[in-house]
Design a protein around this ligand. Structure first.
Ligand SMILES: NC(=O)c1ccc[n+]([C@@H]2O[C@H](COP(=O)([O-])OP(=O)(O)OC[C@H]3O[C@@H](n4cnc5c(N)ncnc54)[C@H](OP(=O)(O)O)[C@@H]3O)[C@@H](O)[C@H]2O)c1
Length: 309
């Protein structure tokens, strides 16, 4: 697929959405897609938060959207009022394969894959058991890899397609007491950078979205590592950092900004490698300040922002 191309001007990679860009993206997405040629979009983790808003937004704009949830019925639920919700657990290769097969059986093609499903664990690195770390990587990193591996043969055969992987600003900067979450997103970043180069000759485009804090179900779903639930060496600082994470997320940005960005990327002939999106100060500090400040100064400011300097 190549949806009607609304090519963006060449810009330096990694810049965040500025108000002017946001306005432009609004204008660029003003016309809904033609229903007859509407791209088929898979969105993992569409029962809540960013994925749900993206699925609703693209469905309303005329895209043929298949959102996934572990809790969806195995049989394809279909209604013109909303996007299709299908079952997928990204930690199961069979479940991923089954979901892709059912989309292909119905549509005969797949144009966009938005790897969004994910969750978070919090706790110090030392307090995180290997099993807890493994679970985090299994969903956030291997889940993305499973879906990419299942979708790529389809996209390569078509000679066209787009994969957008959801990372995080925490995939660019290690966040205190979210070490394994950051590790999972750093892994997504590295894999996606490489994938982009490998699949370009097949006409497959690849990009990353790096959200800052957004108001979603993520905060309520976050698991605290078992050892952090007891009094220990990290308890006081963990408590402070956790309170800041939760406050920032619950006061975070509206996920509709991610949906609009995703639509803009879909309509971009040659997407940038990465797109930051979120509050101005967060994207600025991870984008610009991290580049210009000495690492030790940036680290101090980051710790201070979590109340643990
Ligand atoms: N919210 C933020 O501030 C923020 C910031 C940066 C990055 N992100 C990233 O954005 C993505 C979406 O998060 P969100 O904030 O929208 O959180 P959310 O509201 O909790 O939604 C997470 C979605 O992922 C799905 N999911 C979780 N584990 C899954 C699994 N094993 N298999 C399949 N689906 C699974 C959930 O579906 P079911 O439970 O129904 O299966 C749900 O639909 C995540 O990758 C997250 O890391 C979020």
């Amino acid at each position: 697929m190549q949806a009607p191309a609304l090519d963006e001007s060449a810009r330096a990679g990694g810049a965040a959405e500025t108000p002017a860009e946001f306005e432009r993206s609004q204008a660029a997405t003003a016309t809904p897609v033609n229903m007859n040629t509407a791209p088929v979009v898979l969105i993992t983790g569409a029962s809540s938060g960013i994925g749900k808003i993206c699925a609703e937004h693209l469905h309303a704009r005329g895209y043929r959207v298949y959102g996934t949830s572990r809790r969806a019925a195995q049989t394809l639920h279909s209604s013109s009022d909303s996007f299709h919700l299908i079952a997928m657990d990204v930690t199961s290769e069979d479940s991923v394969a089954h979901a892709l097969q059912s989309i292909l059986a119905r549509e005969g093609r797949l144009d966009v894959v938005f790897n969004n499903a994910g969750d978070g664990i919090a706790g110090s690195v030392e307090d995180t058991s290997i099993e807890e770390a493994r679970q985090q990587l299994d969903t956030n990193f291997f889940g993305v890899l499973r879906v990419c591996r299942a979708a790529l043969p389809i996209l390569r055969r078509q000679g066209a397609g787009l994969i957008v992987n959801v990372s995080s600003l925490g995939g660019l900067v290690g966040l205190p007491f979210q070490g394994l979450y950051s590790a999972s997103k750093f892994a997504v970043e590295g894999m996606t950078e490489v994938l982009r180069m490998e699949v370009r000759p097949f006409g497959v485009r690849v990009a990353l979205i790096e959200p800052g804090d957004f108001r979603t179900g993520f905060t309520a779903q976050r698991r605290k590592v078992l050892a952090a639930q007891r009094d220990g060496a990290y308890s006081e600082r963990f408590g402070k950092a956790l309170a800041v994470m939760e406050r920032d997320e619950t006061h975070g940005a509206d996920p509709l900004a991610v949906a609009r960005l995703l639509e803009r990327i879909i309509n971009t002939r040659s997407p940038r490698p990465r797109y930051k999106v979120g509050g101005f100060l967060q994207t600025l500090s991870v984008g610009l300040l991290r580049k210009i400040l000495p690492q030790k100064v940036f680290e101090y400011l980051l710790m201070a922002s979590y109340g643990i300097a």
